[in-house]
Design a protein around this ligand. Sequence first.
Ligand code: N01
Length: 484
Amino acid sequence: MSHRVLAVIIGAGMSGIAMGTTLRQAGIEDFLILEKGTDVGGVWHWNRYPGLTCDVPSHLYQYSFAPKPDWKRVFATGPEIQQYHRDVVEQFGLGPRLRTGTTVTSARYTDPGWVVETASGDRYECDFLIAATGVLHHPSIPAIDGLDTFAGPVVHTARWDDTVTTRGQRVALIGTGSTGVQVVSALQPEARQVTQFARTPQWVLWGPTGLRQSAAISKALARMPSVNRRVYGTALWASGILADITTRPSWRRSLVQSLARLHLRSVRDPALRAQLTPGYEPLCKRQVVSGSYYKAVQQPNVDIVSAGIERVTETSIITTDGIEREFDVIILATGFEAHHYMRPMQLTGRDGITLDEAWVKGPRAYRMTAMPGFPNFFTLLGPNSPIGSISLQYTAELTSRYILQFIQRFRAGELTAAEPTEEATREFNEQVREAIGPTIWNTGGCNSWYQNEDGTIDLWPFDRKTLTAMLSTPDDRHFRITRG
Ligand code: N01
């Protein structure tokens, strides 16, 4: 089947929903959201592992246009956030424009406009193509010798299998990131044994991650929407501390780092504490926050293994020190291919340039959202997004309004196509490279998924004010604009 619309948004995760809502609020109805999953929510749809909780406070982890007064917990659970996304889709009337179970396989610029093809053979023509395909989407499966020979279940946290039983089982958990830490805390009370393979321990900041929001507060915020909006505004303002401490050395950074070191002191056994002590600075990786992890690892049914994994057999994992441990289940909390933006979709821009050709030296964009050679194409949370420092919802909403301005000018007949110039893109990337220098992601002495293959850091090294300034009004001098 063939369809023609003004805009196609790929992905109905957090940022695709922000884009769709922004279009509808501007009175634009002529768009579709194509989502390969069976539901909206992006990471909150794909991730269903035990203990899934957001380690960002609920009143910050929401859209400015849909502040929710009655979060059940101060740090919401995955299912509650997923339900929030469904509610927003309904509240803002995105349902009729949403096509779930629709995998985009290719998109080609045809001058003018784009032709988008799906796995089921459908074809969409559109003037604007917007990729809201997410960052943490493709699970990273480690190449461990013998992993495929293990007789029990092997499950990656980002593709959880609800039929896997962990209660009363001997569970091997690989990984120490935000996910691994949450899974250990969740499984410790019910599993017979949890063994965490922690070849690189992470710093863990304490936070009240299990705290409930009282019904009285929910009621009061529901009764007073203006106060509820102010709570969101205050949370957003306070979150500026994260961009500050990660991007610039200061006493504030040192203070937060000391809090992480202090939290580690709650592990009483010096040998275990030594195993859990990272060899790099706090805040260097994406900071893990948990109020329960250090308690869980001190329970008798939890083991931390620091040695690397040599191989997996039908029943066990053998580490490089020659020790063999038997398990019933292996859980891979091994993270994501974070730089596989938009893949495996085949994206072809003007004059036949492919995404692989444009990104031969790694992901690169103009202000996270546009690319030379790809007219009327935009990304949400694209390369150099502030994944580790600024509210993602704020960023997605801001970028959506930026993209909207091009679409409005198109509708008003002021332009037919726009793409950033190579020069402006190069200049932006040089600014980023320079500003990354003093960030803790660069100076903290760690490896992390923030790094591209060549070691450069794929993050936003500026504060929220700079983000807002860069994505408020498009600067036509930075664009190649076609009119008429
Ligand atoms: O993944 P990670 P994650 N043998 O990449 C280890 C977001 N998130 O899913 O560091 C042994 O951080 C690897 O070890 P090493 C958040 O942005 C948010 O935990 O490479 N270990 C590392 O320990 C987060 O940062 C929430 O030595 C192996 C781990 O796997 C991002 O998702 C919740 C290995 C991967 O850690 C990713 O977190 C959860 C091997 N062969 C996640 N291969 C919120 O609450 C890999 N590892 C918002």
